[in-house]
Structures are given as structure tokens and as C-alpha cells.
Unconditional design. Structure first.
Length: 238
């Protein structure tokens, strides 16, 4: 028997039942963003059952609701980080405790900003700032566009709406999945207690309608493999 076979045998078996995801939908998200995240999760190679949480949904964002979930996703929102945080501040401790005890957090664009602290859930080993304000950024304003990234050492393109870059602490325990063209981090996964936190600045969940509405084209085609890679790395171990 090979060493590789022994290593696989030592790994804990994956659950065979679908994973359960909660996607925030409410004032802290833009119309269409929660639905795109939900679609990405439902169509993942390891599909999720998805329910929405929020102030106007059947399920509130509470400890009891999170107790039945494997993953909580915070989708994109507007460009007002402070105002968006005010909509979520009341649930911050609950979400943070749930992740620390083994939950998974997935943040897209605004959800990536809010994974940091001041303001935010304070889940990352480091901070965030707007990619457009970082040195040598290829985009300098808040328009919707397509940006070049390097994802796992391969050049790719992604839909972008003034998303964050992630500035990880030196020596931080984190896996960088993607960088922008100026070398700043575009997507990463890091531990938080017993849980894991996956964040991305651009939008791997963007479907064809997003590009068509803005008259944009992705040179790689509209694909979802990058989003699925981020999801898979975030829920690793479940």
C-alpha cells in the first residue's frame, strides 16, 4: 500500500448529506447578490441546501438559526461599510461565537470587508482596504468592471465592484487563493477558532446577467469554478 493511500485513509470521512448554508438577505446586501451566492452554493460540486436569513426573512440571524447551519454567507452590498455594519452589529457576537465553535463564514465583496474589524466581525488575521486605493491598482474608481487576478498561479478574470484587498498579518495562518495584478490579496481562507473564514474581493458568483447589464465581457467566459474552489476550501473538514 502506498504512503498516499495511507494518508487518504487517515483523513476523516466527509459527510454524505448535503451541507446547510444560510445566506444573508436584507438591507445590508444589494438586490441580486444574495440570490447569486445562493445559486453558487446550490450548484457547487458538493451542493448545499440554502436558506435566507435577515430582518424580513422567515429566519432571523440568531444563535438558534445558526445552530442548524454549516456555513453563513455574507454577500455583496453597497459601498457604505459603516452603514452596512449598523444593520449587522447586533448579531456580530452571535456570528463570531458560532464560527469560533466550528462554523464557516463566506464573505463576498462587502462580506469580505466585514470579515475584518473596525467595523466588522473581526474574523481575519489582518485587515482590509479598497483595492482601488492600493498602489498600482488597475482600477481607480467604483465602476463595475472586470479585473485580472492570479488564482492558484493561473491568470484569470473576475467581475469586480469596488471590492476589498486583504492585508494579512505577517506570518498569519492563512491560505491565499488569489492575488490582484498588483500583488495584493484578492481571496483567502483562514482559521478562526475551530471554524474557517473564506473571503473574496471580486465576485466569483457573478452570472451572465451581471456582465450583460453592465456591457462587460469576461475573457475567460462566465465560469463558477473559482467560487466553488473558495467554497470548498472554506468548508474543508466538514
Amino acid at each position: 500500500m502506498s504512503a498516499a493511500a495511507c494518508s487518504r485513509a487517515d483523513e476523516p470521512p466527509r459527510r454524505t448529506a448535503p451541507l446547510a448554508a444560510l445566506v444573508y438577505r436584507g438591507p445590508a446586501a444589494l438586490d441580486g447578490c444574495p440570490e447569486a451566492v445562493a445559486s453558487l452554493l446550490r450548484r457547487a460540486p458538493r451542493p448545499f441546501t440554502v436558506k435566507y436569513v435577515g430582518p424580513d426573512e422567515e429566519l432571523p440571524l440568531t444563535a438558534d438559526t445558526l445552530a442548524d447551519a454549516d456555513l453563513y454567507a455574507q454577500p455583496g452590498g453597497n459601498d457604505d461599510v459603516e452603514g452596512t455594519w449598523e444593520e449587522l452589529r447586533g448579531a456580530a457576537g452571535t456570528v463570531r461565537d458560532w464560527i469560533h465553535d466550528g462554523g464557516r463564514y463566506l464573505g463576498f465583496c462587502m462580506g469580505g470587508y466585514l470579515a475584518a474589524g473596525d467595523p466588522g466581525f473581526d474574523l481575519l488575521p489582518g485587515g482590509t482596504d479598497a483595492y482601488i486605493s492600493s498602489p498600482d491598482a488597475s482600477v481607480h474608481d467604483g465602476r463595475d468592471t472586470v479585473v485580472a487576478v492570479t488564482w492558484r498561479d493561473k491568470p484569470r478574470h473576475m467581475y469586480f465592484q469596488d471590492g476589498p484587498a486583504f492585508f494579512l498579518d505577517e506570518g498569519a495562518e492563512a491560505s491565499v487563493l488569489a492575488t490582484y495584478d498588483n500583488g495584493t490579496v484578492a481571496a483567502a481562507v483562514s482559521p478562526y477558532g475551530k471554524g474557517r473564514v473564506g473571503v473574496v474581493g471580486p465576485h466569483p458568483e457573478a452570472d451572465a446577467s451581471w456582465y450583460a447589464d453592465e456591457g462587460l465581457r469576461n475573457p475567460d467566459g462566465v465560469r463558477f469554478d473559482l467560487g466553488h474552489d473558495l467554497v470548498d476550501q472554506t468548508v474543508r473538514g466538514l
